[in-house]
Design a protein around this ligand. Sequence first.
Ligand code: DIR
Ligand code: MN
Ligand code: MN
Ligand code: MN
Length: 302
Amino acid sequence: KTVAIVGCPFRGGQSREGVDHGPIRLVQAGLPEQLAELGWTVNYDGHHQFEEIDEKNDPPIGKMKNPRLVSRVCEAVAKVVGDHAKHGQLPLTLGGDHSLAMGTISGTLSHYPDACVIWVDAHADINTPETTGSGNIHGMPVSFLLGLGPKVSEFAWVRPLLQPHRLVYIGLRDVDAGEKRILKENGIKAFSMHEVDKWGIGRVVEMALDHVNPKRDLPVHLSFDVDALDPSVAPSTGTPVRGGLTFREGHYICEAVYETGCLVALDIMEVNPSLGTGEDAVKQTVAVGCSLARSALGETLL
Ligand code: DIR
Ligand code: MN
Ligand code: MN
Ligand code: MN
């Protein structure tokens, strides 16, 4: 079994500096060696190199900021992730901002068209270019994958292969009004922090899997935004929201997905080493990013 690390030093889907340094810190903290220790063959040959598009050559399209840059980077990431999947390797993408998941999930679906997606996040990231308030594309990748919203020619490469019933959220607590409407209209299943409080994380993960993968026979893509965790657990991230998952709840999700044996791709997104209350906060967040990845790739407590 081989894991292919796709380091994506990319920040074009949002406006805060530093998230492009997330993957570098995760690798420096020893993630490749830690995964090797778990018995994985680790395919890692440096971070992905992206083309640069100067901001003056990339004016907004509608409200969307850096649209050409985000589109081209995500298209490249989709190819890389899809190629690893075709070679039987499990792509582990290190972000970078969550717009990258437009690429990672496109890559997964190109090889596993019946894959389901578990999206762990404080946010739904399902705004369309019309509903977005911020214009930041990291708040929109899911709408592109589902084929919602207006057709934007710059993003014509994104095949809308994700079906609403193959998507489930865990951890939501900061969802825009337009996003709530989209979730309702499309019947998309979401377990917010309210449901985590009500049922406990064990039942929530079981219900989430029952929804997207009732027979536990479909490939699973786990896309984990570290801001799903409480800011006390993962402080160094661009849009922290209080009332998040505990350390154990976050890891439990990863452990339970690993136990299904269905995981085919993993994203660890939005680690931003420039944010938080100093170097301790950064170290803590980077360490949590590494341990989430280890849990999803088979590390057990006993
Ligand atoms: C907000 C925030 N819904 C937006 N989204 C974030 O910009 O569309 N996603 N922070 O991670
Ligand atoms: Mn920089
Ligand atoms: Mn996100
Ligand atoms: Mn988020």
